[in-house]
Design a protein around this ligand. Sequence first.
Ligand SMILES: CCCCCCCCCCCCCCCCCCCCCCCCCC(=O)SCCNC(=O)CCNC(=O)[C@H](O)C(C)(C)COP(=O)(O)OP(=O)(O)OC[C@H]1O[C@@H](n2cnc3c(N)ncnc32)[C@H](O)[C@@H]1OP(=O)(O)O
Ligand SMILES: NC(=O)C1=CN([C@@H]2O[C@H](COP(=O)(O)OP(=O)(O)OC[C@H]3O[C@@H](n4cnc5c(N)ncnc54)[C@H](OP(=O)(O)O)[C@@H]3O)[C@@H](O)[C@H]2O)C=CC1
Length: 535
Amino acid sequence: MKGHLTRNLFPEPQKTKGRVMSTIAAFYSGKSILITGATGFLGKVLMEKLFRTSPDLKVIYILVRPKAGQTLQQRVFQILNSKLFEKVKDVCPNVHEKIRAIYADLNQNDLAISKEDKQELLSCTDIVFHCAATVRFDDHLRHAVQLNVTATQQLLLMASQMPKLEAFIHISTAFSNCNLKHIDEVIYPCPVEPKKIIDSMEWLDDAIIDEITPKLIGDRPNTYTYTKALGEMVVQQESSNLNIAIVRPSIVGATWQEPFPGWVDNLNGPSGLIIAAGKGFLRAIRGTPKAVADLIPVDTVANLTLAVGWYTAVNRPKSTLIYHCTSGNFNPCYWGKMGFQVLAAFEKIPFERAFRRPYADFTTNTITTQYWNAVSHRAPAIIYDFYLRLTGRKPRMTKLMNRLLRTVSMLEYFLNRSWEWSTYNTEMLMSELSPEDQRVFNFDVRQLNWLEYIENYVLGVKKYLLKEDMAGVPKAKQHLKRLRNIHYLFNTALFLIAWRLLIARSQMARNVWFFIVNFCYKFLSYFRASSTLKV
Ligand SMILES: CCCCCCCCCCCCCCCCCCCCCCCCCC(=O)SCCNC(=O)CCNC(=O)[C@H](O)C(C)(C)COP(=O)(O)OP(=O)(O)OC[C@H]1O[C@@H](n2cnc3c(N)ncnc32)[C@H](O)[C@@H]1OP(=O)(O)O
Ligand SMILES: NC(=O)C1=CN([C@@H]2O[C@H](COP(=O)(O)OP(=O)(O)OC[C@H]3O[C@@H](n4cnc5c(N)ncnc54)[C@H](OP(=O)(O)O)[C@@H]3O)[C@@H](O)[C@H]2O)C=CC1
């Protein structure tokens, strides 16, 4: 399909109120866009931005499945009525009419799209953004392959039958090749062909898949990164027929600027750990303070993705271009510094009903990590559960702590390494943008102030994830003060008990004790005598 299009792909920049309209925004006007994963973190921000900047777009098709007792329509209604979409309603009052939810389940072969819907998609779609994926690190290989590889393959097959299609943008991850230290903007082959993996998933049973999974994923840490790499290979295999680009974001965090700072709606990546640390559950984590914390705001990813969609459709590059959407080589921040900034933000923006005072540190080796896990994580949980039992309540803290430690152990891989991603294509794209597009679709993270971003992130976690009001801050601060006093009291009592036990059992401890008491007595006597003499 490359080179098939004869329509005007270079719309003349229009003027709006004396300002030249963004070329990218103009490009999406009148377009029919298909988004998968539109109910997810990135998908929602992408959709919001499209509606806000190109309210004249024709329609956005979204592939949705019913979930948690909600129908497709209820899910769409909830998204459009959420805080994230507040600004959209001003610029695009008929947004409800421009969104078309299509029943789909990427877990099923042929994606479970009805014939009529499929026909409409095939004949109308101009651009595809494929965001849907399973992002669970420990997903069973069969499920991860189905979502991240087979579904991608099927979507590409559909795309190849779309006569109007101008570009297919595939969202991968910067960590699809996390087994390498330096990652170029190329697709690295996996030892086993995706087709073979897809075929084998059909006839192998779960037990055998479990057995071969470590061998297949090799030096990657999980099934997620492995299947995302396979997904890229599938994209490459289809790239001769289609006009495709791949965007590889690193660790996607809360919004930086748009539609407002600090918006976040799930626990993935840092968000869950920020809650765990802010509530005082997480006190230590195995991480390398000097490793780069390659976080990228979700609105930056959305802006780059939309710019890539425009560039790919308009310029039709000869090969599949890969865009790294990372912060490390533009504006690096390190885990140690980020940890300090998060802790500093908790001082200003404390979370309510904390279990303990927020104080977390990075540990650098397994022994100290195990020590802190025992002393700072498991022991307080056991003591608290004991207290719950005593007061006739159901113990729950140990279970919660075990889950948290399991989650943390899965994230540790990414906290102890740094990667270098080459960003020639991203920089090239930046230079291709007009000043107005650079402003409207800003993905230049050199302008990002980490301190400000982290503060807004913590505030966003408090407001949008924990649903806590800022009015509760004085009470939260009071609660933390009480926890501090309990902490001091507990430590003093513990010390006195330990010391008393030691003195009762050891002659040496008794000698040390008498020596200290004697020394203090003599010092005080001397001090009293010298002050009497002075008078
Ligand atoms: C020096 C001084 C100061 C120092 C200060 C020091 C510290 C200061 C503190 C602040 C630190 C700031 C820095 C932060 C570092 C962040 C590193 C991030 C690296 C991420 C790299 C990502 C790279 C790749 C990026 C990508 O390309 S992919 C996108 C990323 N993908 C993910 O992040 C999925 C992860 N998750 C799962 O893979 C599944 O969650 C699974 C874990 C298997 C559990 O699975 P399971 O046990 O089955 O249970 P769930 O039902 O899932 O969860 C069970 C329960 O845990 C909850 N929970 C789910 N998640 C998380 C999560 N994160 N954190 C916490 N809780 C979580 C869930 O709500 C549920 O709670 P409940 O409802 O029970 O109350
Ligand atoms: N978050 C991050 O840190 C990073 C994410 N990425 C990539 O960005 C993309 C988006 O990630 P993100 O938004 O964070 O992920 P989310 O988990 O928030 O969203 C995943 C989306 O995929 C959809 N989906 C999952 N399974 C199915 C299914 N069986 N049928 C239909 N839809 C399904 C989900 O729908 P539903 O709401 O129904 O579950 C949801 O809309 C992914 O490709 C991911 O690999 C890359 C780097 C980092």
